[in-house]
Write a protein that binds this ligand. Sequence first.
Ligand SMILES: Cc1cc2nc3c(=O)[nH]c(=O)nc-3n(C[C@H](O)[C@H](O)[C@H](O)COP(=O)(O)O)c2cc1C
Length: 257
Amino acid sequence: MKYQMNRIDFSFKMVNNTRGLIRKKPSQPFPDIIQVNEYYNIITFIICNAPFYTRRDLVVEVFEAIQTRRSNGLVTEQDVSNEVIEKVLKAGTWAPSHFRTEPWRFFVLMGEGRTRLGKVLAEIAELEMDDPKSDSNQKKLQKILDKPFRAPVIVAVAVEPNVPSDRVIIQEEYGAVYAAIQNMLLAAHALGVAGYWRTGKPTYHPLMKKLFGLSEKGEVLGFLYFGYPKRHLPGGKRKTVQEVTKWITSDDDYDAV
Ligand SMILES: Cc1cc2nc3c(=O)[nH]c(=O)nc-3n(C[C@H](O)[C@H](O)[C@H](O)COP(=O)(O)O)c2cc1C
């Protein structure tokens, strides 16, 4: 069987891996037409070059995912499989962290696992109420109890800062976990799962810390509600890059900032 392939801008490294694919010395330019005689060689060629091409596609896809991700709270009750959730969590763990401290902690709440969160949210709200027994407050508390049931899965994300340490800076530990959250929202979006990052004052309450068994320095930084979208939201809005950016190309530019 004889195949012909058009000139392709692959890296030499990859070509070198495809033993016997191209019978040309590396110093010579690649031929316009590559003749491949065996089926095996074509498969090898595709496999060896796949990372190269998919990485290129990824540049476009990542940018698109960043721009099309929305906070979408309208989700169905359809379960999100453990496999999908694990992919999302894995994306979280690939966030950068200074000194690779990996200060993120995840708690996956599903099914009845969401009930206690509602109870603690209500308990915290009750502490702020003068008369929790009043009709209106009872209604409010019921609504709060139901909150975690707005999505089939909630991932509570917490930071456990690696301090005290000579090197670790607490803001950076928070920053790493925030980066992990964004990774997770993007990964979910890429998998067709809607995500919603929810917080509010009770998130940072000592009772919340206690619920998740966090240390004194630990903190819950968000509840990520995940589920399959009931509807897709229109595109979001942002300030222009120009509005939030100053280009500094000379010493004098600092005086104008
Ligand atoms: C730290 C943080 C906390 C947030 N907490 C809430 C929240 O409690 N409730 C809420 O409706 N949205 C919350 N959001 C989501 C923002 O409202 C949302 O990202 C913003 O409106 C932009 O919309 P978009 O994500 O669809 O682009 C939070 C976002 C961040 C970064």
